[in-house]
Design a protein around this ligand. Structure first.
Ligand code: OS5
Length: 229
């Protein structure tokens, strides 16, 4: 199987490149893509750069140019749910764009015509993740992830996203990857380890926990790869 593994920042894929060890580097449209063989699979690994546009470009390139058949995203997120502490893992059941707003035309937040307010993640991959977590004795949260082109460090914005979308965590790339994968009929899985609580301390916490939380997410994603047929 050809599996894409992507993150947004170099720190989010560094532990994955370290684990696979040997890879070939390709440069396309301002991004580097790393290909290798790992545990019966062909992998294509990349970080997109931050935000919805860059992440959509990378996801589409991994699918259209490299022929990826499954998409796994690994990275960090800000917590909304009080159940989520720094370092906890959350896998998205569905994703939305919290900054998409044509409510002036009577539409709900996060919705555009011929789109959907939420994109549902692949149920089989989520089920596999739950099984992998149980086998590893690790706690894995599931829930709604809200994506937008904003680093949220504001309790008011955080509360609005929580209320509007019943979101459990937030970040800046998951929903755009989800939209691309759904459009191109590729099953996808968005995993995040918490780096901060999207509040006043978010900037400081993010800097402190980016690397350690990225490793937690990357380790889990590589276990997922080992369990994919
Ligand atoms: O990829 C962005 C989204 N990530 C998830 C996340 C998040 N998203 C929104 N709100 C929160 N509270 C979140 N917590 C975790 C993380 C990432 C956030 S944007 C961080 C930008 C940090 C940075 N800026 N400059 N550099 C790093 C250095 C640099 C310079 C040149 C090239 C590359 C990096």
């Amino acid at each position: 199987m050809k599996i894409a593994i992507m993150g947004a920042m170099p720190e989010e894929i560094a532990p994955i490149l370290e684990k696979v060890g040997v890879y070939t580097t390709h440069e396309i449209a301002g991004n580097k893509y790393y290909t290798c063989r790992y545990d019966r699979h062909d992998l294509v690994i990349a970080y997109s750069k931050i935000g919805k546009v860059f992440s959509a470009l990378t996801a589409a390139t991994m699918i259209e140019t490299f022929g990826a058949q499954t998409m796994l995203f690994s990275g960090v997120a800000g917590a909304i749910s009080p159940q989520l502490a720094i370092g906890d893992l959350i896998v998205a059941t569905r994703l939305c764009q919290h900054d998409l707003d044509i409510t002036a035309f009577g539409h709900p937040y996060g919705y555009v015509p011929e789109g959907a307010q939420f994109v549902e993640a692949d149920a089989d991959l989520i089920q596999k993740a739950v099984a992998v977590a149980a086998e590893m004795g690790e706690k894995l949260h599931t829930g709604v992830i809200a994506t937008g082109d904003q680093f949220v460090a504001d309790p008011v914005r955080k509360a609005w996203i929580a209320e509007t979308f019943a979101a459990d965590a937030l970040e800046m790339e998951g929903a755009s990857v989800a939209v691309v994968c759904e459009a191109l009929d590729v099953p996808f899985f968005i995993l995040r380890a918490i780096s901060d609580a999207a509040d006043m301390d978010a900037g400081f916490d993010f800097d402190s926990f980016l690397e350690s939380s990225a490793i937690i997410s990357a380790d889990f994603v590589m276990k997922m790869v080992e369990h994919i047929d």
